[in-house]
Design a protein around this ligand. Structure first.
Ligand code: HEC
Length: 145
C-alpha cells in the first residue's frame, strides 16, 4: 500500500512538471503568434500592399511594448525541451543577452509610439523594430526544417 502511494505521488509530481513545462512553451508560442499577428498588417503597410493606418500601427506597437517584457518570464529552466518548441538551448546559457533583446524590443516599440506620426516616420521606424525579431530568431530559434 505504501509502495502504491509512493508511485502515485511520483506520478502526480511528474505530471505537474510536464504540465508546467508545456504551458510555458504554449504560452510563449501564443505570445509570439500574437506579436506576429500584430506585425502582419504593418508588414503589408511597409510594402504598400495595405494603406497606411496610424491607429493600427500604434495598436501594433502597444502589443509589442506590452508583450516583450512578458516573454521574459516564459522561458523558465524547466522549459528547455518539450512540446514542439523551437527554442534553442543556448537561450539558457545566454539568458542576459536573450532577455536584453526583449527589453530592447519593448524600448524600441515604446520609442516608436512617440516617433511614428505619419507614413514617412513609420517607414523609418519599422525596419528597426523588425530587426529585433529576426536578430533574436537567428541566434535563438531553430530554423524551419
Ligand atoms: C529575444 C528573442 C526574441 C525576440 C526579440 C522575438 N522572438 Fe519570436 N521567437 C523567439 C523564440 C525563442 C521562439 C521559439 C519559441 C518556442 O518555440 O518555444 C520564437 C517564435 C516566434 C514565432 C513562432 C510561434 C509559433 O510557435 O507559432 C513567431 C511568429 C515569432 N516568434 C514572431 C516574432 C516577431 C514578429 C517578433 C518581433 C516583433 C519576435 N518574434 C521577436 C524569440 C524571440
Amino acid at each position: 500500500m505504501l509502495r502504491f502511494a509512493a508511485v502515485v505521488t511520483a506520478f502526480a509530481v511528474g505530471a505537474t512538471a510536464v504540465y508546467a513545462q508545456s504551458t510555458a512553451i504554449d504560452q510563449r508560442q501564443k505570445l509570439m503568434k500574437s506579436i506576429g499577428g500584430a506585425m502582419k498588417e504593418t508588414g503589408g503597410m511597409m510594402k504598400g500592399a495595405i494603406p497606411f493606418d496610424l491607429p493600427k500601427v500604434q495598436a501594433a506597437l502597444k502589443v509589442l511594448a506590452e508583450s516583450a517584457p512578458k516573454a521574459k518570464d516564459l522561458f523558465p529552466d524547466d522549459s528547455k525541451e518539450g512540446g514542439d518548441t523551437k527554442a534553442l538551448p543556448i537561450i539558457w546559457e545566454q539568458k542576459v543577452d536573450f532577455n536584453g533583446r526583449f527589453d530592447k524590443l519593448a524600448a524600441d516599440a515604446t520609442a516608436a509610439m512617440g516617433s511614428v506620426t505619419d507614413e514617412a516616420s513609420f517607414k523609418i521606424a519599422w525596419p528597426k523594430i523588425g530587426g529585433n525579431c529576426g536578430g533574436c530568431h537567428k541566434v535563438y530559434q531553430k530554423p524551419d526544417k
